[in-house]
Ligand binder design. Structure first.
Ligand SMILES: C[S@@+](CC[C@H](N)C(=O)[O-])C[C@H]1O[C@@H](n2cnc3c(N)ncnc32)[C@H](O)[C@@H]1O
Length: 221
């Protein structure tokens, strides 16, 4: 059963103000966020669902936060990462150095990724898409940097398909009040030209893993 479209968030009127407020929060909470990811087994379990789907040789993680997931896979690939918040980037750099893992990390926005078209075999994006103020623009940019045949592996919040109460309550009473924008992610990724599979991987069906493949050249969508 698909969620009622009326439940989805509308995009914020002022995208810049929305992003600036989130960015201030991440600067204040970068260290706390780092500790929370390390302490909360559920969070790590949710993120870990991305790992089996990552293929190289070129991997990009967009919005890596404090970099916990990067420490789990970046050593096996030629890995780049980008995140908007400089304090999160600094904590991630420290975490990677401690783990002895190399990745090319930089500060920047999903709205203008500083990479050429068709560069990456995999783009990883976890618990971040619902914090971007323009879902269609972000999806288009994530798709742009994928090679034909490449894959976007995304973990994010959405309604449980069966409408169960705890999962729906988590979305409506926790994620939305925290400012997350809950969207029809499969539809947005399809509009960006990707073929999408969607699994519920936690939070009573409110945490989803999307595997979105960019069709190989010459293949009709
Ligand atoms: C909830 S955290 C998720 C971090 C990590 N991926 C995880 O799963 O724990 C969201 C991250 O998205 C980043 N972010 C927010 N807006 C962004 C943008 N426009 N471009 C790139 N990163 C952004 C934030 O700085 C933050 O590190």
């Amino acid at each position: 059963m698909a969620p009622d479209p009326g439940r989805y968030s509308t995009e914020p009127d002022d995208a810049r103000a929305y992003t600036a407020a989130n960015d201030r929060m991440y600067s204040r909470l970068a260290r706390v966020y780092d500790a929370a990811v390390k302490i909360l087994p559920a969070w790590r379990r949710w993120l870990s669902h991305a790992l089996p789907e990552i293929r190289g040789p070129r991997v990009l993680e967009v919005s890596f936060g404090t970099g916990w997931l990067l420490t789990r896979y970046a050593g096996r690939f030629h890995t780049d990462g980008i995140d908007l918040n400089p304090d999160m980037v600094a904590v991630a750099r420290r975490n990677l150095a401690r783990a002895g893992v190399r990745a090319e990390l930089r500060q920047g926005s999903v709205e203008a990724l500083p990479y050429a078209d068709s560069t990456f075999d995999t783009v990883v994006n976890t618990m971040a898409f619902s914090g971007y103020p323009d879902g269609a623009a972000a999806a288009a940019e994530l798709a742009r940097v994928l090679k034909p045949g490449g894959r976007l592996v995304m973990i994010d919040i959405n309604y449980p398909r069966d409408g169960n109460r705890p999962g729906t309550a988590l979305v409506d009473r926790v994620w939305k009040p925290l400012g997350d924008l809950i969207r029809d992610v499969p539809a947005l990724l399809r509009d960006a030209g990707l073929d999408v599979d969607d699994w519920e991987v936690g939070g009573w069906g409110s945490v989803h893993r999307y595997l979105a493949i960019k069709p190989a050249e010459g293949v009709d969508a």
